[in-house]
Unconditional design. Structure first.
Length: 408
């Protein structure tokens, strides 16, 4: 059997199939296996999230919301039952790779080195007996009476079974350039239009651009289109940039903006989600002999405090005792409801994952086998399956890869 793509999903699938005595050929068009692993998590590789299998599925449901979210969660559950977050941790620790759980729930190698994750996967692959061929790109995949014919840059291969694990279009520098979609279409599959997800968002708002480099550990971000209700409500760390906004709270909401990038989106930011309006108004009313900017700077980074006071219309040198009721309200509105217009994203080049891909209804979630082309399997990011930031997407790659490897 032939597996196309030596990323997280493809390598684990090849390992599991080879451990069962199958003859496995793993093809990778680039010079290295697991390149995206090496880049992820700031070169630390966020392996998974400290959560139950059910919690992982529920997170996928919450991210997409509605019917789409329920579909993704339902599809993932069999794979997560095969390999849970605890199972991923056990898999790597059995290979000698210690892990650690950070306060956010993210699971990293204790060494903080993505290279150690890649090496562990290569060791598993080698021990299982799978054959890895690098620098061998696939030019076409054709279904035949005997199975599948794969034409590569070096040869033609006939195989009874094939696994497409080449990823989506995020981080194209890793080699993930959407090749799998054409092959899936050739086999009769529908493709949900690919778009960037977990990607920084862009804005032309001058005051936010002037705050580039300012970070906050806990911001609530609600993203809405024009005057409509929010389609995303996320909370987490937040970063002002020269091009717009970044950080987990923003990136989790990005999938909605990239779906309709010119639809008048805005991010409404609560910079103090743990404090309500009344508390803040009381502080401003009762502070008396304290300066306004200095007070706000106790609640938010100094540069942000100065910007919010300026936007409120209150003079920056005003003492709290001198504030009018409307000025107090303006400061609190800035802290709790600053609206920043959004115009788009940084695109696939900076996206951590791809939203869209092979239609989930056409793949059997119990095996990852195509319902349309028996003997063809789809795993990892090539599927229409994007999750939140924090190790969820690697978990889905490992879980779908392990399940397919058991099913081949």
């Amino acid at each position: 059997m032939v597996i196309l793509g030596a990323g997280a999903a493809g390598m684990l699938c090849a390992t599991k199939a080879a451990e069962r005595g199958k003859r496995v050929l793993l093809l990778e068009k680039g010079p290295k296996a697991g390149v995206k692993i090496l880049m992820s998590g700031g070169t630390r590789c966020n392996l998974t999230h400290d959560a139950s299998a059910s919690d992982i599925a529920d997170a996928y449901a919450r991210l997409a919301g509605g019917k789409e979210g329920k579909t993704k969660a339902r599809f993932l559950r069999p794979a997560l039952s095969r390999l849970s977050p605890d199972g991923v941790i056990a898999l790597f620790e059995a290979e000698g790779l210690r892990t650690k759980i950070e306060p956010t729930g993210k699971v990293f190698p204790a060494s903080d080195r993505a290279l150690d994750v890649q090496r562990a996967m290569l060791a598993m692959l080698d021990r299982a007996g799978a054959t890895l061929c690098l620098n061998e790109g696939v030019e076409s995949v054709e279904r035949t009476a005997d199975g599948y014919t794969v034409r590569t840059t070096k040869r033609t291969i006939v195989t009874p079974k094939i696994v497409i694990a080449v990823g989506g279009q995020s981080y194209p520098g890793c080699g993930t350039t959407g090749d799998g979609y054409a092959w899936a279409k050739a086999l009769g599959h529908r493709i949900a239009p690919p778009r960037p997800a977990l990607v920084p968002l862009t804005s032309t708002e001058r005051w936010s651009a002037e705050l580039q480099g300012v970070t906050l550990p806990d911001v609530r971000v609600r993203v809405n289109e024009a005057a409509a209700k929010p389609v995303a409500d996320r909370r987490g760390s937040f970063l002002f940039t020269h091009f717009g906004l970044s950080g987990p709270a923003v990136m989790d909401a990005s999938r909605f903006v990239t779906e309709r990038p010119t639809s008048g989106w805005q991010a409404v930011c609560d910079f103090l989600p743990g404090v309500d309006d009344e508390q803040l108004l009381n502080e401003l009313q009762n502070g008396r002999n304290r300066g306004l900017v200095n007070t706000v700077a106790e609640w938010a980074p100094r540069r942000l405090a100065e910007a919010l006071v300026a936007r409120s219309g209150a003079p920056p040198d005003r003492m709290l005792a001198e504030l009018t009721k409307s000025e107090r309200r303006g400061v609190v509105d800035g802290l709790k409801r600053s609206a920043i217009p959004l115009v788009g994203s940084l695109g696939f080049k900076k996206a951590e994952v791809t939203a869209g891909g092979v239609d989930l209804s056409e793949v059997d979630p119990r095996t990852m086998e195509s319902r349309l082309a028996p003997g063809a399997y789809f795993i990892g990011e090539v599927l229409d399956l994007d999750g939140p930031i924090g190790g969820y997407n690697f978990q889905a790659a490992f879980s779908t890869g392990a399940l397919a490897g058991d099913s081949l």
